[in-house]
Design a protein around this ligand. Sequence first.
Ligand code: PLP
Length: 422
Amino acid sequence: MKKETFVTRETAEKIAKKYPTPFYLYDEAGIRANAEAVQKAFAWNSGFKEYFAVKANPNPFLINILREYGCGADCSSMTELMLSEAVGIKGSDIMFSSNDTPFEEYEYANRLNAIINLDDITHIDFCEKACGGKLPETMSCRYNPGGKFTLSNGIMDDPGDAKYGMTHDQMIEAYKILMSKGVKHFGIHAFLASNTVTNDYYAQLAGQLFELAVELKNKTGADIRFINLSGGVGVAYTPEQTPNDIAVIGAGVEKVYNEIMKPNGMGDVSIYTEMGRYMLAPYGVLVTRAIHEKHTYKEYIGVDACAVNLMRPAMYGSYHHITVLGKEDRPCDHTYDVTGSLCENNDKFAVDRKLPGIDMGDLCVIHDAGAHGYAMGYNYNGKLKCAEILLKNDGSFELIRRAETPKDYFATLDCFEIYDKL
Ligand SMILES: *Cc1c(COP(=O)(O)O)cnc(C)c1O
């Protein structure tokens, strides 16, 4: 499928006049339409809730847009909890799905009345202490079936090699212990494959979790209130991939629900999701300007963004589509490596990429960066993180996070004498 951008060269240049490149640009209309489609796809389940995975994009403006569609927040750290609290997401609208969890984070999650999703059976006592000796009434446990997880289209992941979750027997044991400690209502959570570009993932995962739910109910008598399918729904990063259809995904889960949950008297159990990537990735782009060309053993285009702004290509070799604004319809008859300025040879947004001829000053749009993009940024080479801008429904734009300044970068040196000279 041809990949198109939501921003024209004209608009991007207008924004760049006010906020210099590089910057992240988000598409409000796209975010809204998608959030609505997600709600519609699961409307058959009256308790459905999407807990947006804050780690994918911790920007309060964007989280607030998602809230309008009923989304809560899935948090995994202290600052994610703090951010959710600050934007007014409260109590059971916060899912705390962490692992290797520090004591203070359980303490804090409990104080917020968040739903705590335990990663391990050994966390039960640890969490109980953090909760001042009394566990919350509703809790969840994370399941890891081990082995390999394979989908019909060949997508595979390796739960047996993942650090997350409890074994089947530990799950049953954990629910018994939790019940003996006074926990009354339960959820089940699992995340078995990442970035699945297939409509089958959630349904297959749901089948496994529904069967486990029935077994848990029968063996322990636990009152199961929700099944949390977590994240892992992918987006089509490459033009060759077919994007997921959330309506088909929702209907697939409904079918399995009707087959397994309803006949077992569990037709009132809520479905929760914790999507991050699927909620925002396609609706955010990194806009960057070509500032150098280099002709050595290969043809290079140097842009003013680098892996600090978008780490996925450097970290995982991920493909992110690139559009040269104003040249959308030109033939891709040049082959470039598109690089950033880090002193790291993996700082390349694209390798051997077919693109139209790029002139210095051209604006490039790096696609599908709205999730796990800005959020993964770091400060290697003393590079600063860029601004985030929202392109609104009415065509206007708004700064939703300013760019870092050297002062921000040096802020943690304030205990040194040189600080005043920085
Ligand atoms: C990362 C993560 C998510 C979100 O994953 P996506 O692939 O972005 O949808 C959800 N839940 C947990 C526990 C996670 O770690």
